[in-house]
Design a protein around this ligand. Structure first.
Ligand SMILES: Cc1cc2nc3c(=O)[nH]c(=O)nc-3n(C[C@H](O)[C@H](O)[C@H](O)COP(=O)(O)OP(=O)(O)OC[C@H]3O[C@@H](n4cnc5c(N)ncnc54)[C@H](O)[C@@H]3O)c2cc1C
Ligand code: FES
Length: 276
């Protein structure tokens, strides 16, 4: 059992929790994730390790309440326990020491997953421009935290209610056309966003890493649930990723596969909200 030491609400549907998990914290690295189960009958869901403190033995997770399990998790409070908390899983992010300047792009909740990547690059002495985008101002998360690990921060909102109006791709294109020379772009967010960022950076020949988030079940490369196609080859996001070369990922297939369980997910969430 894993104790919730701290709980914070970042926006209406987004919560942060600090979990007492010393064994996970000891081995965690940026880019990795955990799989948790809230209760005995619950499903297993993957969440990124947003931060960790090996000395304090804590792991921070940030999640958006989008369905049954994340809603259940969000109902827990400080002092409550999570049944299973397995990790760290996946390959740590690998950043070449030759990188001098990078753009880190976070779309919506993807900002929480991009934050540890920006932090890692910044700690390596890389000049980091972070571009984070949200539908509207009420959904903005981690602006201060991402700003603290960036040399430049650009906030975008789709409706212009805060920061600049437009998509993260608009800001990235403007930066590149203004003469910024990035050695690397890291893009994390909805599949459609990562697809368009990758299309844009391909035109300029900028190496691009994306973090793939297919449905995962065991997280150990055994079930095949998280398979994606990268460079024409089948990869399992849980063990080969979740970071991949954005220019090689088959996004259209990934988008199709992500919608496969939509009906079941909606049914399960409605039953939960109805108290069943
Ligand atoms: C490597 C990885 C890291 C992730 N990190 C984060 C994070 O830091 N914060 C965050 O809020 N979300 C993260 N996610 C997504 C998170 O796992 C889903 O939001 C969660 O599983 C939804 O479960 P649910 O029961 O609440 O919603 P459901 O109604 O069951 O599903 C809502 C949507 O979540 C996705 N999903 C559902 N089940 C799974 C599953 N077992 N594995 C992966 N995706 C699923 C699907 O796209 C689905 O349409 C990550 C996913 C992956 C693969
Ligand atoms: S989650 Fe089962 S193979 Fe990746």
């Amino acid at each position: 059992m894993y104790r919730i030491l701290k709980k914070e609400t970042l926006s209406e549907q987004v919560k942060l929790m600090v979990i007492d998990a010393p064994l996970v914290a000891k081995k965690a690295q940026p880019g990795q994730f955990i799989i948790l189960r809230v209760s005995e009958m619950g499903e297993r869901i993957p969440l990124t390790i947003a931060d960790y403190d090996a000395e304090a033995g804590t792991v921070t997770i940030i999640f958006q309440e989008v369905g049954k399990t994340t809603l259940q998790l969000g109902m827990l409070n400080e002092g409550d326990y999570i049944l299973d908390f397995v990790g760290p899983l996946g390959m740590p992010s690998h950043f070449d020491s030759s990188i001098k300047k990078a753009a880190v792009i976070g779309g919506g909740l993807g900002t929480a997953i991009a934050y540890p990547q920006a932090k890692k690059l910044h700690s390596m002495g890389v000049e980091v421009t972070s571009i984070i985008g949200f539908r509207t101002k009420d959904l903005i998360i981690l602006e201060k935290e991402v700003g603290a690990v960036s040399n430049k921060l650009i906030v975008m909102t789709d409706d212009g209610s805060n920061g600049n109006k437009g998509f993260v791709t608009d800001a990235l294109k403007a930066e590149i056309e203004a003469g910024e020379k990035y050695d690397l772009v890291v893009a994390i967010g909805p599949l459609v966003m990562m697809k368009y960022v990758s299309q844009l950076t391909r035109q300029y020949g900028i190496k691009t890493i994306v973090s793939m988030n297919p449905v995962m079940i065991d997280g150990t490369g055994m079930c095949g649930g998280c398979r994606i196609t990268v460079g024409g080859k089948t990869k399992f996001a849980c063990v080969d990723g979740p970071d991949f070369d954005g220019h090689a990922v088959d996004f259209d297939e990934a988008i199709r596969r992500q919608g496969m369980y939509k009906t079941h997910e909606a049914e399960s969430c409605n039953l939960f909200k109805g108290g069943k």
